[in-house]
Design a protein around this ligand. Structure first.
Ligand code: SAM
Length: 297
């Protein structure tokens, strides 16, 4: 086994030898515990068949272990100062491709097409926390060809992704993630495992993209519009949120009918609805709204 980058002394040595300074605005907290990194790769179930997209390789600690398990690793790093360092630390692995790009501007579909013949890839990352939600939502909402996503995020964010109706962490992110994926909490990681130490605990979570859509038939845009309204004003009833913010062109009486035909109480709060109930309500609204729109044309 090649020497691991992720030890406190090796990381310090690389940082000092290259006069590298951590940049807070890029969310640079490097992992210095190789057991955690081995566990991340194990959680992602990486095999020789996999093409992996790594977001933010840093000095290559995770990249190195991924490369030893995967067929290919495409590592996207925004910080140009890290590119020559990566070339030194992991440049001898023939199956790693390092790109100096902003992941939010990267054409991920093109990578999947060209690097993996259009077959689903796996995403593995110790994510820069400031862009966790935009990265994940880009992958999910745009239906990128991804088999699974194994990421280190803030512990609280991982809990929100997993939360069910009735739990205090439940929100629009929980619904969005669970709509597209099955979630599995892999481990909690303490600040002492990073250099520099972040202020809060982190967690590794794996999202397995659903092979079949959760609902047989759904107007996805309407579903997420309803979810956004429901959680936009958490203290209000679902009825008032939909009426005030929904812009659905429906009267309050019609909305009451639709809520009731979805099997819900008139005074229910949006945050109380399960994913399935959001689905039923969406179909109820879509069905009656279409009929109403046609009749009133
Ligand atoms: N993978 C390394 C590790 O585990 O030690 C570094 C993880 S560090 C939390 C996040 C990394 O993402 C940093 O290297 C940072 O420069 C990079 N990064 C931040 N924003 C990025 C972006 N928009 N696109 C690509 N990489 C980014």
């Amino acid at each position: 086994m090649t020497q691991r980058i992720a030890t406190p002394s090796k990381t310090k040595e690389i940082i000092q030898a290259n006069s590298f300074y951590f940049k807070k605005n890029f969310g640079q907290n490097f992992l210095i515990d190789s057991n955690i990194l081995e566990n991340i790769v194990e959680s992602a179930e990486i095999t020789q068949k996999d093409c992996v997209l790594e977001i933010g390789p840093g000095i290559g600690s995770l990249t190195q272990i991924l490369a030893e398990k995967a067929k290919k690793v495409i590592a996207i790093e925004i910080d140009s100062h890290l590119i020559p360092i990566l070339q030194k630390t992991v440049g001898n692995y023939h199956n790693i491709e390092i790109r100096n790009e902003d992941i939010l501007k990267t054409d991920i579909d093109d990578i999947i097409e060209k690097e993996n013949d259009g077959k689903p890839i796996k995403v593995v990352a110790n994510l820069p926390y400031y862009i966790t939600t935009p990265i994940l939502m880009d992958l999910l909402e745009n239906h990128r060809k991804v088999e699974s996503i194994t990421v280190m995020v803030q512990k609280e964010v991982a809990q929100r992704m997993q939360a069910k109706a009735g739990e205090k962490e439940y929100g629009a992110l929980s619904v969005a993630v669970q709509y597209y994926c099955h979630t599995k909490m892999d481990m909690i990681v303490q600040p002492s495992c990073f250099m520099p130490k972040p202020k809060v605990a982190s967690a590794v979570i794996t999202l397995h993209l659903r092979k079949e859509p959760i609902f047989e038939q759904i107007d996805e845009a309407l579903f997420f519009h309803i979810v956004k309204c429901a959680f936009g004003q958490r203290r209000k009833t679902l009825l008032n949120s939909l009426y005030n913010q929904g812009n659905l062109g429906l009267t309050k009486e019609m909305l009451i009918q639709m809520i009731q035909s979805a099997g819900l109480e008139e005074k229910v709060r949006g945050e109380a609805l399960t994913l399935e109930q959001f689905g039923i309500l969406t179909n109820e609204i879509a069905k009656r709204k279409n009929k109403y729109d046609i009749e009133n044309k």
